[in-house]
Structure formats: structure tokens, C-alpha cells
Design a protein around this ligand. Sequence first.
Ligand SMILES: [Fe+2]
Ligand SMILES: [Fe+2]
Length: 342
Amino acid sequence: MKKKVRKSYTELKKTLSFERDILQNLLDNIPDAIYFKDNKNRLVRVNKYYADGYKLSPEDIIGKTDFDFFQKDQAQRMFDDDTYVLKTGRPIIGKIERTLLPNGTYVCVTTTKIPIKNKKNRVTGTMGVTRDITAYDNTEQTNLDMIINSLKVLDKILETKDPYTFGHTRRVSIIAERIAKELSWEKNRILELKISAELHDIGKILIPLEILNKPGKLSELEYKMVQEHVQQSYDMLKPYSFPSNLPEAVYQHHERLDGTGYPRGLLEDNILPEAKILAICDVMESMISHRPYRQALGMEATLQELKDNIGNKYDKNIVDIVLRVINENNNKPFWLNSEPSL
Ligand SMILES: [Fe+2]
Ligand SMILES: [Fe+2]
């Protein structure tokens, strides 16, 4: 009987050892960074792939936190995610983010973080799995470039017909991109904004050139026809599937915060942030440019128009950004010498 118990104990040890080896093999050979953290977000175990990324041994990493490896802002975001999982007991699954590695290169990763619970179902730590998807992201970017380049070709064709309008949309796109970057908008949202800028006046293709480029004052009827371009742009875009609010942002680009814009006279809270940016970029580009019916109005008058109408027509935060960026650029229109990076 005594002998049998000893044998079971040996068997148990063997089984445990076998399971530990499986776990260790899994951790060491899987090409994802796997890490376990305690309830203070300190690393308690990492796999080989994780440690190799820092050219350290797993033992050298134990006890450290993300603040020891990443820039402060980024480490804080990671810390906040870990804290969320610890506090709520809910996982974060497949979060996609750009990460600056300690070696200075950016990678695109997808991260899953799950809570580790004890027998009493209390969260005692977290486990994370981070996968590098930079190669996939690059392929996606190539496909995107192809689509965007097609859009540029269309833009060129339209510009040949009406250089005033379509050179304008490209320049509005450059200004809008700069503002969105200053606002730290996420990459896809900036891309959508740039596309909506490229397309915002597409409806003008339906307005006779004699009216669009008339070198004199428009009659009331002609002015109404020009205003119609907003509805026409929207009608052209609406049947197609765009992410989020792209057609709506185009629809709102002549709206003003105090309701004096068109076509619907929307008030501030009902105007999309994208449309608030487009409105300001549109005005700036138009005033700086020469038009068949007037000379270019210059930077001073343009900035004055924005400053005079902060809060009435234009969003204060965006105007402040514009004033700062223009000032940094020695009061020159930075968009005239740059190609859009669409
Ligand atoms: Fe417009
Ligand atoms: Fe415009």
C-alpha cells in the first residue's frame, strides 16, 4: 500500500513536470510577446520572444514595468489598459496600436490582455499577448495607396476642367491633415478627413463654369446655384459606402457655429468636428488664392477673418491651432509647397 502511494506521487511529479515543459515550450516558441503582470502592473514572467525584443534574459525583466522600457506617454497608455483589466476583470481583446520600440522603430501591434483570477475569483494580475502585425499593416497601406492614387488621377482630370476648384480641394486636404495631426487624431480618421477634403466640392462639377468662374458679382439665382454644390456633393457620395461620417462631413462644410451657414443652418453642437475643420481650411485656402472674380486677399486678412469670428463661425480650438502653425511657418501658407501625403 505504502509503495503504491509513493508511485502515485512520482507519477504526479512526472505529470506536473510534463505540463510545465509544455507551458515553457509554448511560451518559448510562440512568436508573440507574452507577459504576466502582478496587481501593481510589474512583470512577473515573460516569454523568450518578449525578452529577445529587449536583448535581455527573461530574469532581467522580472520586477520591471512598462515605464522601464517605453516612452512615458506610451507606458502610461499600457499602464491604464492593465489597470482597466485589473479593476474591471474584463479583457481587452485585439487592440491595435502603433508602438515605438526602445530601438527607435515603430511597429504596428495587436494586443490582448486578460485578467488572471485566483480560486476566489479575485483578479490577482494580468496576462498579455502582443503580436507584431507591421507586415500586414504595410500590405494594407499599399492597397490604400493604390486607391488614393486613383483618387488623385480623378482629381487631376477634374483640375484640368476647373483648376480653381480642384487645386483648391487638394490644398484644403493638406491644411486639414496638418490640423488633424496637431489634434493627435488617429491615422484612419485623418485619412477619412483628407478624402472628405478632396471630395468636398465635387458637386461643383455640375455647375456651369461660366458661373463658377464668373469675373464679377453673382446674381441671386447664380449664387443659389453655387450653394447647391453642397447638396450635389452629398448626393454623389451618399449612395456609396464610406467609413463613418464622410458624406455628412462634406454636407456640412459650409455650416457655421452660429447657424448662419448653409444648407441647413446647423448649430455648433450638430456640426461634426471634421466639418468644423473643413470649414476653416476652405475659407483659408479660398482667401489666400486668387479667384477669377477677385485678387488673393493675403494672409493677414485671412487670419483676421478667423480671429474676428472665433466662436461665431469658427471653432476656437481649431483657429488657435491654425494661428500657431501659421506663426511657426513665418506667416506663410505652408500648403503651397507641399504635396498631400494621401
Ligand atoms: Fe464648398
Ligand atoms: Fe471648398
